[in-house]
Design a protein. Structure first.
Length: 95
């Protein structure tokens, strides 16, 4: 069996990404792909005030769902530590 190149992404999630995104070379870079999928934070700016909010959720719901599920399945490595760091304040806030 071939080795997984992206932690958390198995054959099912890979199929979702390929089916929904199509030809990935149409995006100049990862920032544009994330923006297309609605995974980038909302950013509003006026003069000296900057407001950064939650992700925009503008784009493919299926790609966003698969990406979130894939990250949630990661238990070790650098991406897992980022997930834990981001989730910690949200857990404290909801309690």
């Amino acid at each position: 069996m071939a080795r997984q190149l992206i932690d958390g992404v198995g054959p099912i999630f890979a199929s979702v990404f390929v089916a929904e995104i199509g030809d990935v070379t149409r995006f100049p870079g990862p920032v544009q792909l994330c923006s297309w999928a609605g995974l980038t934070p909302r950013h509003r700016e006026s003069d000296t005030k900057v407001h950064r909010g939650r992700i925009t959720k503008q784009g493919s719901t299926l790609v966003r769902w698969a990406a979130v599920e894939a990250v949630h399945r990661i238990r070790r490595g650098p991406l897992a530590s980022v997930r834990v760091r981001v989730a910690a304040p949200r857990r404290q806030h909801s309690q």
